[in-house]
Design a binder for this molecule. Structure first.
Ligand SMILES: Cc1cc2nc3c(=O)[nH]c(=O)nc-3n(C[C@H](O)[C@H](O)[C@H](O)COP(=O)(O)OP(=O)(O)OC[C@H]3O[C@@H](n4cnc5c(N)ncnc54)[C@H](O)[C@@H]3O)c2cc1C
Ligand code: FES
Ligand code: FES
Length: 491
């Protein structure tokens, strides 16, 4: 059967697109020019569209993603809704009506992307009107600065990946906070009651390369064994930037975004297994704050649009020294299950990185699972130092996981990013903490060690001196924020 995509309720032939044609390019090429290209690198959200994704109960969710980053071929057999599919002049969708009525749009370039992100949040099943001072997700009390939910439970962070250059954000927020619940006869709400489309096995090609999405993992591994130069693509939030801005092309792209074996998840006993192909938003929902260190990390990782696509497999696959996943996972003592046609092996994350964007992973292997041992260290934190509070790459990232008993530090793991050619553990600082009292003297000595960790450099994000200062200060902050259990903190 020829590959096809259901767009706004109508089936359209995908055509011979290869792996380099993005969903945005494909949609616009078919006359659906509502979705815009602002940046082509996942930063502005003008290209946001809705896709139908399965939830854990066999139903469907509308999830917003950046169409500028993902290969169109990955949507064979999938359902996509663009701003045109939400509503039309004369019969606007509620989010479009609120945006228009409350002055949320001026030039309109960003608006189709905003309405798609807003619609995803409008349909989020957990969104509930909330009492003041509580969030709309589960009724928790929130500190004022973190309470960015509207009275209708709208999570403003749903719009964190959308930029507007001319309207200003207040009218856009007003529109979001004015939304009610979808009426029972809303067609997109009704669609959510059924299962999401199953992933299709896809083969499509063009003069610029072939795209293959096998149905199952063994086929991926067989393909990788015979084509070790193939490009694996999961959420495509890194690869899409390479495609668009650096014009990278792969002779063979292997889509692994919807392979069941890469989407497994289990919590205990003894360990947490996270499938390398689950999106960060899916992991966040499945963990439900049970790993506080990761709960600290997720809101600081890119935007909701990016997290809806990005995977941990991709974050570790790029092996970037400034990725946010590695420092946190190093502090959690994670290991990786690497799979090839020849079998599987488990590698400690601390032994995984070997040099700048180099790892022990062979070219015929992929990351199948991220494994975190239980029990977790009870005192943890993730500090991301970046130029912007949200949606920015780290200048420095530091993750702490410490166990303190009777005022003595039983174990300490410190993961670092942005201060060397690879993410790394701060071994000397860990030694300076372990077995010592949780007090200022210990912290000061360990902070000196931390300031000597890695080989920080000066680049466009930060100077060497700034990075060193941030390393030191992060430990002082960690100490200030975590008094010894049972009190007795040394001053
Ligand atoms: C606007 C924007 C903001 C971002 N912000 C952040 C941020 O705050 N923090 C951060 O850390 N990153 C950030 N990133 C980078 C990116 O989102 C992450 O690295 C993400 O986790 C990549 O996952 P992916 O599934 O999209 O990877 P893809 O783009 O699909 O793949 C990336 C690389 O990993 C390889 N790969 C993918 N899956 C596997 C696997 N299972 N096994 C082996 N190799 C694999 C691919 O071959 C490719 O080389 C940002 C990116 C953008 C565009
Ligand atoms: S065009 Fe800017 S995020 Fe896609
Ligand atoms: S309305 Fe012009 S960029 Fe947002």
């Amino acid at each position: 059967m020829e590959p096809w995509v259901m767009v706004n309720g109508r089936s359209r032939e995908l055509g011979e697109v290869g792996g380099h044609v993005t969903l945005l390019e494909w949609l616009r090429g078919r006359g659906l020019t509502g979705s815009k290209e602002g940046c082509a690198e996942g930063e502005c959200g003008a290209c946001a569209v809705l896709v139908a994704r399965g939830d854990r109960n066999g139903r469907t969710r509308w999830v917003a993603i950046n169409a500028c980053l993902v290969p169109a071929a990955a949507f064979d057999g999938q359902e996509v809704v663009t701003a045109e599919g939400l509503g039309q002049p004369g019969r606007l969708h509620p989010v479009q009506r609120e945006m228009a009525g409350r002055g949320g749009s001026q030039c309109g370039y960003c608006t189709p992307g905003f309405v798609c992100s807003m619609a995803a949040e409008y349909y989020r099943p957990e969104r509930r009107p909330a009492a003041p001072g509580r969030d709309g997700v589960n009724g928790r009390h929130l500190p004022d600065e973190a309470d960015e939910h509207g009275p209708n439970g709208f999570d403003l962070h749903a719009l964190s990946g959308n930029l507007c250059r001319c309207t200003g954000y207040r009218p856009i927020r007003d529109a979001a906070y004015a939304l009610g619940q979808p009426p029972p006869d809303d067609p997109l709400l009704a669609r959510m009651a059924g299962p999401a489309p199953a992933p299709a096995a896809t083969v499509t090609s063009s003069a610029q390369g072939r795209y293959v999405r096998p149905a199952r993992l063994p086929e991926v591994l067989r393909l990788l064994a015979t084509h070790p130069d193939a490009r694996l693509v999961a959420g495509s939030t890194d690869w899409g930037v390479e495609l668009n801005l650096r014009h990278a092309r792969a002779a063979l792209t292997i889509g692994i975004d919807r392979i069941d074996d890469l989407r497994e998840f289990s919590f205990g006993p003894g360990r947490i297994d996270i499938g390398a192909g689950l999106s960060l938003s899916e992991i966040e929902a499945r963990l439900d704050s049970r790993v506080p260190l990761l709960a600290d990390l997720f809101p600081q990782f890119a935007s909701r649009l990016i997290r809806n696509g990005a995977t941990l497999g991709g974050n570790l696959g790029t092996a970037s020294p400034v990725g946010d996943g590695p420092p946190a996972l190093l502090a959690l003592d994670a290991s990786l299950v690497l799979a090839s046609a020849g079998g599987e092996r488990e590698v400690a994350l601390a032994d995984y990185f070997t040099g700048y964007r180099q790892t022990v992973r062979r070219r015929d292997e992929l990351i199948k699972t991220i494994r975190i041992p239980l029990p977790l260290a009870p005192v943890t934190a993730f500090y991301k130092i970046a130029k912007r509070r949200f949606d920015d790459i780290s200048s420095v990232a530091v993750a702490y996981a410490v166990q303190i008993e009777d005022g003595i530090i039983g174990s300490a793991r410190v993961g670092l990013g942005g201060v060397a050619a690879t993410p790394l553990r701060a071994a000397a600082a860990e030694d300076a903490l372990t077995g010592r009292p949780w007090g200022l003297q210990t912290i000061a000595a360990a902070a000196d060690e931390l300031a000597r960790a890695g080989t920080p450099i000066t680049d466009h994000r930060a100077s060497e001196g700034y990075r060193i200062a941030m390393l030191r200060n992060s430990l002082l902050k960690f100490y200030a924020e975590h008094p010894a259990p049972g009190g007795g903190q040394e001053r």
